[in-house]
Design a protein around this ligand. Structure first.
Ligand code: NAD
Length: 421
């Protein structure tokens, strides 16, 4: 049972902490270790002075939270948004530790963010913010320390600026300092599609368990950006029936299935799926409550809460976004028999191919796309099976099983390493 009070259920940190507490208790984790793993290693707050295009000086707040480095360097995205808070970044950083452990890749977790509204900033202003933010956190990042990646409103271009700024300071080109880079700067083939592909791989595994074919499976996707857009295209090509898609401006629905190729062309032009003539218009939150087999939230946090969880009709919830479901909603979904593929498993495809990118950069030797996709599938299928088996063995839902598996792995590393000094 979740212990989050309902007025705090939108807090990513509170939901993460509530799940952590349940999992740690079920693992019978030592109280000292519980305290250690619940707390971030380091929280960096920076104030970034930037000259705007109009000549005025502005100061932006930035964060980088490094949650845990027991299993390897920190790994986690950087987001730019007006509503970024330290609390949110702290929760997402911890989730990255658990995600890397579920995927069994050698990283700890981190997350970063800058409080700014990218829609009101020019590319030149965004470049200056990025470079100064990088300079401010420079001592704490690096291929062996902490490896950032893109997240909401940051892109391959943002990673290129970070890589360049870092390289100028250390006096040599260091591609492995960030992942999610452009291909020409040490990016990996398959990275752009990786999170969406990972979502499809775990959904395929769930269908296998239920003896269902892709062709009979209706899917609704919230978010049509990197994760949702790629998932929609890959799942459509693979035979799934995508009946609804929404973004921050609105949604489109057709119970007989949308033409995702035409929708992608429309969205590329209009910058939204809203108004697509190949379906009827629908509100983006209303979309979540439509009848379907698979619901794939791939937009933002806390869209499934105690307010709407009892109206979710999907049988499988594949969490493409980070923290789309609040802890109180977990209990409702579980009671209703929804098979939840939790974010720290479902969207781990992105960080897994980021791991491949980091390995390739360090080797200076790049893999063909087929190899990237095969190795991604191998990791995602193994992680799915381990989480589901763990849940069956301990009689807990998939979310708590994923947390237990992850905490168990990190705790075991900490025990082996011991606590320094
Ligand atoms: P993005 O910016 O490329 O796309 C976000 C999409 O969600 C857009 O279509 C936007 O219109 C829509 N959206 C935003 N707010 C919305 C709202 N309130 N209601 C409905 N739609 C809304 O971002 P992305 O990279 O696709 O990331 C989406 C989510 O997936 C985030 O939670 C992110 O942290 C998570 N994630 C991303 C990756 C990755 O590799 N990009 C990996 C793991 C997790």
């Amino acid at each position: 049972m979740s212990t989050v009070e309902l007025d705090k259920e939108h807090s990513v940190y509170e939901s993460m902490a509530a799940r952590f507490d349940v999992a740690a208790q079920k693992l019978n984790l030592d109280p000292g270790l519980t305290k250690y793993l619940r707390t971030p290693n380091r929280e960096i707050i920076v104030h970034i002075p930037v000259t705007l295009d109009n000549g005025k000086l502005e100061v932006f707040d930035g964060y980088r939270v490094q949650h845990n480095i027991a299993r390897g360097p920190c790994k986690g995205g950087i987001r730019y948004a007006p509503n970024v808070t330290l609390d949110e970044i702290r929760g997402l950083a911890a989730e990255m530790t658990w995600k890397c452990a579920v995927a069994n890749i050698p990283f700890g977790g981190a997350k970063g963010g800058v409080v700014c509204d990218p829609s009101k900033l020019s590319p030149a202003e965004l470049e200056r913010i990025t470079r100064r933010y990088t300079a401010e956190i420079l001592d704490y990042i690096g291929p062996e320390r902490d490896v950032p990646a893109p997240d909401m409103n940051t892109s391959e271009q943002t990673m290129a600026w970070i890589m360049d700024t870092y390289s100028m300071h250390v006096r040599h080109t260091t591609t492995a300092v960030v992942t999610g880079k452009p291909l020409d700067l040490g990016g990996s083939l398959g990275r752009r599609e990786a999170t969406g592909r990972g979502c499809m791989i775990v959904t395929d595994q769930a269908l296998k368990r239920f003896g269902r074919e892709r062709q009979q499976t209706r899917v609704i996707i919230q978010g049509f950006g990197n994760v949702g857009g790629q998932a929609a295209q890959l799942m459509y090509e693979a035979g799934y029936k995508i009946i609804g898609v929404g973004d921050m401006f609105g949604g489109v629905f057709d119970p007989n299935g949308l033409d995702i190729v035409a929708l992608s062309e429309y969205a590329a032009q209009k910058k939204t799926v809203k108004g697509f003539p190949g379906g009827v218009s629908i509100g983006t939150m209303e979309l979540l409550e439509q009848d379907c087999e698979v619901l794939l939230p791939a937009a933002t946090e806390s869209v499934i809460t105690s307010k709407n969880a009892h109206r979710i009709k999907a049988r499988i919830l594949t969490e493409g976004a980070n923290s789309p479901t609040s802890a109180p909603a977990d209990d409702i979904l579980f009671e209703r028999g929804v098979f939840v593929i939790p974010d720290i498993l479902a969207n781990a495809g992105g960080v897994t191919v980021s791991y491949f990118e980091w390995v390739q950069d360090r080797q200076g030797y790049f893999w063909p796309e087929g190899m990237v996709n095969d190795r991604l599938k191998h990791i995602m299928v193994a992680a799915f099976n381990e989480v589901v088996r763990y849940g069956e063995k301990h009689n807990v839902n998939n979310r708590i099983a994923a947390y237990m598996l992850a905490i168990d792995r990190v705790a075991s590393t900490v025990r082996l390493r011991g606590i320094y000094a």
